[in-house]
Design a protein around this ligand. Structure first.
Ligand SMILES: *Cc1c(COP(=O)(O)O)cnc(C)c1O
Length: 422
């Protein structure tokens, strides 16, 4: 008793209760989670992973995911974790020695490339460079930061190398660039390649249907960007019948991220939808409740409407930062990636640090060159966009950038008035 009391006093003294403040999430992700999603998470009762409503939630989430992805792929479900968990599951069928072409134009496609090099490495490749293996069977095609991967680059690489797999990021969040998904799909079809796509930052933001890209055999996204659920809930993935047949024939070196085995818990058994579920691993009722609600909100909003709203708000944000003298190099609709005015080049980290310290969560780029990233995930309303632009203007002014903030805000008001009238 005495001992326990002493321990409690010591723990309280050393580790205060953790309080995490609310910040303005204006980065590339995680996005600004809807209060309804948080409410469904906290409302969830204590229930295990085979309880009937949890399983019903999983089955319904699977159907909603097919709608969101725009697909008839039966093997469409969520992988517990974040974007890299979904991507790891997507790469499960890539085996040591498989020939792969990987396209890289920024931080995340760079990590996709690393992850697939690890998958395709032999033991000798791994031993030679354990945390950055360079197997000869993986060909990396580098495209400059700030540029998109074009159909011509993809076609040339696949024609030359004739790989089994090709991997590309749909929207490269590191440099804010959209890559040519149509060209990728076409080249994969043309050369009999199975395409893998990292759609972590495009799903739920762009209006596209994956079934329009038959050369892509598997897609992976994340919970906390366009889908607007909480991190560490579920990363959406979708596999074509061709991928599943290939995996069925080859097998893979993963139990937990084995797409065929994992899908069983979501009621996908032997390629068919089933009302029953087979235990794969312990799922979380909390995560399912939140994921289900996030998908409901997204489908209610409508994929096309959401994409249109992102385009509008990205346009006004881009225009505002350009009026403030910054140069935008991105073309994604959920994010602007910018350079500071020439006289202030090199002070990006300082500016971002100052904003973050005040709870204004913008980001620098994570790989060179250093740029600033301002995101608008779920900030699709006039109040939110006004606050983001105003706070960024204040931060620039505090650093000494000469700008006419009143003019910027008046221009913004004008744009928002036009939207309200439309
Ligand atoms: C954010 C992101 C990832 C990584 O996702 P996590 O959720 O952090 O695991 C991978 N690819 C792209 C394109 C991303 O934007």
């Amino acid at each position: 008793m005495q001992g326990n009391l002493l321990l409690k006093i010591q723990v309280d003294a050393m580790f205060d209760t953790l309080e995490i403040p609310n910040t303005l999430a204006a980065g590339p992700g995680p996005g600004n989670t809807d209060p309804q999603v948080l409410a469904s998470f906290t409302r969830c009762g204590v229930a295990d992973h085979m309880q009937a409503d949890v399983l019903r939630g999983m089955r319904e989430a699977k159907f909603m995911l097919r709608e969101l992805f725009g697909t008839q792929n039966t093997y469409t479900f969520g992988v517990g974790g974040t974007g890299w968990s979904g991507i790891d599951c997507m790469m499960s069928a890539v085996l040591p020695g498989d020939k792969v072409v990987a396209f890289v134009n920024g931080t995340f496609s760079g990590i996709d490339d690393l992850a697939i090099r690890m998958r395709a490495s032999s033991r000798a490749d791994l031993a030679a460079s354990p945390d950055n293996p360079k197997p000869a069977n993986v060909i990396t095609i580098n495209v400059a930061h700030g540029e998109s991967v074009t159909g011509a680059v993809i076609e040339a690489a696949l024609a030359e190398h004739q790989p089994k797999w090709a991997i590309m990021t749909h929207w490269e969040t590191g440099s804010g660039r959209i890559n040519d998904i149509e060209g990728f799909s076409r080249a994969c079809e043309q050369h009999g390649v199975m395409g893998l796509v990292d759609a972590v930052s495009s799903l739920g933001v762009a209006d596209f249907a994956i079934d329009d890209y038959p050369g892509v055999a598997a897609w992976a996204s994340c919970p906390q960007k366009g889908v607007l659920c909480l991190p560490l809930t579920y990363a959406p993935v979708s596999f074509t019948a061709q991928y599943i047949a290939s995996l069925k024939a080859s097998g893979c070196y993963s139990y937990v991220h084995h797409p065929i085995l994992e899908a069983r818990h979501w009621g996908i058994i032997d390629g068919q939808d089933s009302d029953t579920a087979v235990y794969h691993r312990t799922h979380s009722g909390y995560a399912i409740a939140a994921f289900h609600e996030a998908l409901r909100i997204l489908l209610n909003y409508g994929r096309a409407q959401k994409a249109a709203d992102y385009c509008f708000y990205e346009y006004v944000l881009r225009e505002a930062v350009e009026t403030m003298g910054c140069k935008v190099t991105s073309n994604m609709s959920s994010l602007v990636v910018l350079n500071l005015p020439a006289d202030f080049a090199g002070r990006e980290q300082e500016l971002v640090k100052r904003c973050r310290a005040e709870g204004f969560g913008i980001w620098p780029t994570l790989s060179a060159p250093v740029q600033i990233r301002i995101g608008i995930l779920n900030q699709l309303n006039n109040t939110a966009i006004t606050e983001i632009i105003s706070r960024f203007g204040d931060a620039l002014e505090a650093m000494g950038v000469p700008l006419n903030k009143a003019k910027v805000m008046a221009q913004l008001d004008q744009r928002l008035t036009i939207k309200m009238a439309a």
